[in-house]
Design a protein around this ligand. Structure first.
Ligand code: SF4
Length: 407
């Protein structure tokens, strides 16, 4: 067992996917998959770069035809991250992908069924020191296992499928393997991974398959992946969303950062939920700030708050924030007001300040402005808001008084 950010991780053996370590205490990695035709080399590379910028450490591309394998031969040397070839049904595509120089294969045991084909792929992978993911999928279980478990997909059946495949690999002395047992049912995949982690020390690739479009897909994936990570299970993760795969990579990164399992490289955006006192459309401004900061490598906490009455105080720990007041945007750094800008320039100013703080530090940022003047401006707008709205803009004090009559 290894301690990582408060969660004890189960010890697994380590494999290398290109230059990225998976398992054996290595940082948990994020994967995603391209949606382009792999034969479209430029289009696929463009997506791979976008995925890498969004946080993906490893990217998978389908290798479903010979043109795809030829595309991989051109993609692999130009890719910023290791490439996994996704193989279904045709074992010859696995051999072709190895010729293309891919860093890992993904095989679905339910699709490549003949033992001699499985062994041929494992032998070729062993000769090139290329690892394989055994990717069991609840929806495409081997028919024999399906029948054996009463025509149902069970955690036991999925684990057995993975262990059967491992035995074929053992036959040819191949052990550079990671495993996934994905299902679209969250309780089923959680149970399958729990059982699998007891049965083997190979690194595990976590995911909820066919999770669907956001937000349900995000919630299902997070429920399954986060539950297992909190139990110390899992070495690499993938969100399978019916959406632009960049969202998958971002979701993976956000989850790992939120759980303290990955060093924060990007902005942690916090925002108030808005209320009767809000002076702006908090949802729209938060979304605009999120979009403007999404792929910037700024490991800062940034706050978007609906009003200057409570915003700077409630978000006083944020490195930089904005709060609205009297049609103006108030910028604050660590709770101290630093500048006032027109409302429609709030987000641009927020980005500029975030970049300045990242480059020069908080002290330098505070030193570049007249703090007293900024505080006076904020007080002016705060006082005006309080005068307009009163101290109880949400009417909660009045409501509490009414409720207390029923004591
Ligand atoms: S009081 Fe201000 S900061 Fe707090 S939720 Fe309402 S608008 Fe947002």
């Amino acid at each position: 067992m290894q301690v990582n950010a408060g969660f004890e991780r189960r010890q697994t053996r380590q494999i290398m996917v290109g230059n990225v370590a998976v398992g054996g205490g290595a940082p948990i990695t994020i994967q995603s998959m391209t949606t382009t035709k792999t034969a479209d080399v430029d289009g696929t590379l463009q997506q791979i770069y976008a995925l890498a910028a969004a946080g993906a450490d490893i990217v998978r591309c389908t290798c479903n035809e010979i043109e795809a394998a030829e595309g991989l031969a051109k993609i692999v040397p130009r890719s910023p991250v290791p490439i996994v070839a996704d193989i279904h049904h045709q074992y010859k595509m696995a051999l072709a992908a190895l010729e293309a120089g891919v860093h890992c294969l993904r095989l679905n045991p339910g699709n490549i069924k003949r033992p001699e084909h499985i062994r041929a792929v494992a032998s070729a992978a062993r000769e090139r020191s290329v690892p394989i993911r055994i990717g069991v999928n609840g929806g495409s279980l081997h028919p024999d296992l399906y029948a054996k478990y009463g025509g149902r997909v069970t955690a036991e059946a999925m684990v057995e499928s993975a262990m059967d495949e491992l035995r074929y690999f053992d036959d040819v002395g191949f052990d550079q393997v990671k495993i996934s047992v994905k299902a679209s049912s969250v309780p089923l995949m959680i149970e399958a991974y729990r059982q699998l982690s007891e049965a083997t020390d190979h690194p595990l690739h976590l995911g909820v398959t066919e999770a669907g479009p956001p937000p349900a897909g995000l919630i299902k994936s997070t429920a399954g992946i986060a539950t297992l990570l909190a139990e110390g299970i899992g070495d690499t993760i993938r969100y399978s969303l019916t959406a632009d795969p960049v969202q998958e990579a971002r979701a993976g990164r956000t989850l790992l950062e939120a759980m303290g399992l990955r060093e924060r490289k990007n902005v942690d955006l916090i925002a108030c939920p808005s209320c009767g006192r809000a002076e702006i459309d908090v949802y729209a401004v938060a979304e605009a700030a999120q979009a403007a900061l999404a792929d910037k490598q700024l490991p800062l906490q940034v706050a978007v708050m609906g009003c200057v009455v409570n915003g700077p105080g409630e978000a006083r720990d944020a490195d930089i924030g904005i709060a609205a007041g009297n049609k103006r945007g108030h910028l604050f750094v660590k709770g101290q007001n630093v500048a006032v800008v027109p409302e429609d320039e709030m987000v641009d100013a927020l980005v500029e300040w975030a970049e300045y703080i990242h480059a020069h530090g908080t002290e330098a940022a505070l030193a570049r402005v007249d703090l007293e003047k900024a505080a006076r401006e904020a007080d002016k707008d705060r006082d005006r808001l309080l005068a307009d709205q009163g101290a109880d803009a949400n009417d909660d004090g009045t409501r509490v008084d009414l409720i207390r009559r029923w004591r």
